[in-house]
Design a protein around this ligand. Structure first.
Ligand SMILES: *[C@@H]1O[C@H](CO)[C@@H](O)[C@H](O)[C@H]1NC(C)=O
Ligand SMILES: *[C@@H]1O[C@H](CO)[C@@H](O)[C@H](O)[C@H]1NC(C)=O
Length: 150
């Protein structure tokens, strides 16, 4: 290679490195909750800010998708953080927007201040049409979950 093409080669490598860097900070990938026994739960899209979560900082969630069930007037979004032993770390809810089955919904939760978060945690976001008495197997119509740090 002559000097010019070596320079170009190095430039291309450094460009691909700088381009690759943001990719390493991947957004958290959520999975559906099909391992659970929520027979009505369908996968929902979840985007959080900041991602990953930061102890003591505020977080907002943007939950969207479309479901086979109506989201009822009293439906809500619930965010749950549990540790590796299923101990509760944090829980909070936001009102959902009533939405007919098959229509797109997009729910943004308001600012919530997180507690101290351990290195390993399970984050689950659900959409619930509450019934009385509560019946999670029936009431949970949307769900996404992720295991962080395992
Ligand atoms: C959520 O909905 C309930 C009624 O279902 C209402 O009382 C409450 O003010 C709502 N909260 C917010 C933050 O809009
Ligand atoms: C963080 O959330 C709390 C509780 O909702 C709120 O009072 C506070 O203003 C928020 N702080 C920032 C920087 O958004």
């Amino acid at each position: 290679m002559n000097q010019k093409s070596i320079f170009l080669f190095i430039l291309l490598i450094s460009l691909s490195v700088t381009n690759a860097m943001p990719l390493e900070k991947r957004a958290t990938k959520f999975q559906d909750c099909s391992a659970g026994n929520f027979k009505n739960a369908q996968f929902i899209n979840v985007v959080m800010s900041p991602d990953p979560l930061v102890s003591g900082k505020n977080v907002t969630f943007d939950v969207s998708g479309s479901l086979n069930h109506d989201i009822k007037d009293n439906g809500f979004v619930r965010v749950q953080l549990d540790d590796e032993n299923r101990g509760h770390i944090d829980r909070f809810s936001a009102n959902a927007t009533a939405t007919k089955a098959g229509q797109n919904f997009d729910i943004k939760t308001s600012q919530h201040t997180l507690p101290e978060i351990p290195d390993k945690y399970v984050l689950t976001v659900i959409i619930v049409n509450p019934s009385n008495p509560p019946n999670p197997a029936n009431d949970i119509i949307g769900c996404a979950t992720t295991r962080v740090g395992f």
